[in-house]
Each structure stands twice: as structure tokens, then as C-alpha cells.
Design a protein around this ligand. Structure first.
Ligand code: PPS
Ligand code: ADP
Length: 180
């Protein structure tokens, strides 16, 4: 479909830099780009743990579909651990009418620990907990999935993503004052 919105999936372990990158990508793509953060739906809206069959999984899928249906490019960002989210992500990718892009931010455990330590919440979650959470190379194994070297600088990784995504036609009226 011409001018159909893009769907971009951005996944990675805790403290791999996903939310920083997704926020930068949303700004770079301009008005009419939705950033669907897994954490917001699971923890803030539903206050749900990351469990098999979690209710947040369907809510994320509905939100992605809705945002795309009103013409937004959509970024879906989170750990989105394959064993819980793979089926849903494959479904929304398969049915999406426009271009789709799947990125996995590959960052070694030790680097995620270093990055985590720089955050205010670094003291609250122990290194041991982080080791338990870490899943090595948790890719979705969908065609075209790109494994990014997440140890690079943010600006470098953002450029790699923007090159892959290519031209993004604004899908919405960019009338002054409408968007933040
Ligand atoms: N591999 C894997 N499988 C399932 N669930 C996982 C996994 N890794 C992290 N988690 C859960 O994600 C929550 C922490 O991730 P965050 O990205 O929010 O990390 S951080 O708290 O900001 O450091 C935290 O969940 P909640 O405590 O329910 O929010 C972790 O239990
Ligand atoms: N490319 C990068 N290089 C170095 N530090 C980074 C990079 N990307 C993010 N960070 C920092 O790492 C920490 C974790 O990033 P964050 O985006 O919160 O990770 P996630 O959303 O994957 O949990 C933050 O302090 C952030 O500023």
C-alpha cells in the first residue's frame, strides 16, 4: 500500500539502550510516529508481571494496530522476550500493510550491567538479578531481522536504523501545534 505507515520492532535485554534509542528514533521520524513501550503497557497500565499469556500482550497488539490504522508509523520497543511475545509480534508483522523492520539490540551482559549502574535505579536492582534476566541472542527469527551492535554510540546505531528504514513519508497533516 502506497504511503502505508512503517512498523518498527526494537528489542533487547534490560539496559541495552532500547528506550533511549526508541525515543530518539521517534523524534527522528517526526510527527505521526507512535512509540509503543512494552514497559508502559505491562507495568504502568496493567501492573502485570512478564508472564506467558499476559494481558499486556494483546493490549500492545491492539495499540499497534490502532496507531497504524490512523496513519502513524509505529515503533514497538521492549525486552519483548521471544518466549512470551514472539507469536504476537509475528502476527502484527504479517498483517501490517506497510514496510516492516525488526531490530535486535545485541549488548553483552557486562555492558548492560555497566549501563544499568549509570541509572538512578541501578542501586535497586542487583547485578545478580540482571544476570538472571539476561537472555543471550533472543532474536525472533523472522525474515529480515537485523541484529544491531548495541555497543556502538547511540547516534551511530540510530543512523544504521534510519538507513535501513529508508524514506518515511509523513502520514499525517503536520499542522502547527498539533504534536509535542
Ligand atoms: N528474560 C526475561 N523474561 C521475562 N521477563 C523479564 C526478562 N528480563 C527482564 N524481565 C522483566 O522485565 C522487567 C525489568 O526490565 P526493565 O527493562 O524494565 O529493566 S529495568 O528495571 O529498567 O532495569 C522486570 O519485570 P517487573 O519487575 O515485573 O517489572 C523483569 O522481571
Ligand atoms: N549506545 C549507548 N552507549 C552507552 N550508553 C547508553 C547507550 N544507549 C543507552 N545508554 C545508557 O544506558 C542506560 C540504559 O539505557 P535504557 O535506554 O534505559 O535501556 P533499556 O530501555 O534497554 O532498559 C541509560 O543510562 C542510557 O543513557
Amino acid at each position: 500500500m502506497e504511503n502505508a505507515p512503517h512498523l518498527i520492532v526494537l528489542r533487547g535485554n534490560a539496559a541495552s539502550g532500547k528506550s533511549t534509542l526508541a525515543a530518539a528514533l521517534q523524534r527522528a521520524l517526526g510527527p505521526g510516529t507512535a512509540n509503543v513501550e512494552q514497559d508502559h503497557f505491562r507495568r504502568v497500565i496493567l501492573r502485570e508481571h512478564d508472564v506467558a499469556g499476559g494481558e499486556n500482550i494483546g493490549l500492545i497488539a491492539h495499540t499497534v494496530r490502532y496507531c497504524a490504522s490512523i496513519g502513524n508509523n509505529v515503533i514497538v520497543e521492549g525486552i519483548l522476550v521471544a518466549k512470551h511475545y514472539r507469536d504476537m509480534l509475528r502476527e502484527i508483522l504479517a498483517e501490517h500493510p506497510g514496510p516492516t523492520h525488526v531490530f535486535y539490540l545485541d549488548v553483552p551482559l557486562e555492558e548492560t550491567l555497566r549501563r544499568h549502574a549509570t541509572r538512578p535505579l541501578g542501586a535497586e536492582i542487583s547485578a545478580d538479578t540482571f544476570r538472571e534476566w539476561y537472555v543471550q541472542s533472543d532474536t525472533l527469527s523472522v525474515p529480515g531481522e537485523v541484529v544491531l551492535d548495541g555497543t556502538a554510540d547511540l547516534e551511530v546505531t540510530l543512523k544504521v536504523i534510519l538507513n535501513r528504514v529508508g524514506d518515511v513519508t509523513p502520514n499525517r497533516d503536520q499542522d502547527g501545534g498539533r504534536y509535542l
